[in-house]
Write a protein that binds this ligand. Sequence first.
Ligand code: NAP
Length: 247
Amino acid sequence: MSLAGKVALVTGASRGIGAAVARALAGRGAAVAVNYFGSEAAALAVVTEIQAAGGRAMAVKADARDRGQVEAMAAAVKAELGPIGLLVLNASISFPMQGFLDYPWEAFEAKLLGELGAAFHGCRAVVPQMLEQKKGAIVAITSGLARNPGWGFCAHSSAKAGLEGFVRALAFELGPMGIRVNAVAPGLTLTDATANLPDRNKQAAAEHTPLRRNGQAEDIAEAVVGILQAGFVNGATLPVNGGGYTF
Ligand SMILES: NC(=O)c1ccc[n+]([C@@H]2O[C@H](COP(=O)([O-])OP(=O)(O)OC[C@H]3O[C@@H](n4cnc5c(N)ncnc54)[C@H](OP(=O)(O)O)[C@@H]3O)[C@@H](O)[C@H]2O)c1
């Protein structure tokens, strides 16, 4: 299916899963806003790549956690590319990996507020543009860790589980207005975020995955593009993990 004529905003699209999603959406013909926070050069490289392939794209800097910056970003995208019809909430909100008994409350709180704030502000800034078009599709990138625990991930698991709840709540409220909201939950995916994970851990994860490999950013992007286009899927969480565990 072609996405020609659609405008997409992907948060945290300078690297990793977000960059792969931006490329995949552009490959289907969508005009893509590549949001970045610190990696301007990487975001511009994604934009240049899309434009070189004949697509439309812009880079836009904003801290996804900051309401004012997100509102300004949504307005800038509308002015340059047109009203946003596709939103991918992907920005990776960092957190320390630590056991619960040592977890600093401030870090836990920052992760929860950052993850949910980025989703809240992103949707509040973009949904009015979708309402003008009487349609839209939103995908939030959650994580298999929302439902399957791992040591050191109490803040991440809690934040991503909250994000899943937010997705279902918005799917319920916005569905009657023609806007679908879904989640894509990756398993272990090879990006900068997992670059420091020891090879033996990646290998072990691959061995426990029926498809016998780790995920790549492009695997997640393929699923995001699919669910953005699947017109009767709403309020769902799609695990993209090679069948590594039940969901
Ligand atoms: N990799 C995995 O195994 C895995 C598994 C499950 C879920 N996920 C989820 O997938 C998403 C993408 O992760 P990834 O692995 O692709 O991460 P990544 O390769 O580390 O890339 C992180 C991206 O998020 C952006 N970002 C970070 N803080 C931001 C902020 N405050 N505002 C806007 N953008 C911000 C970064 O932008 P700059 O570089 O410009 O700062 C970068 O583009 C995250 O939501 C993550 O939780 C990942």
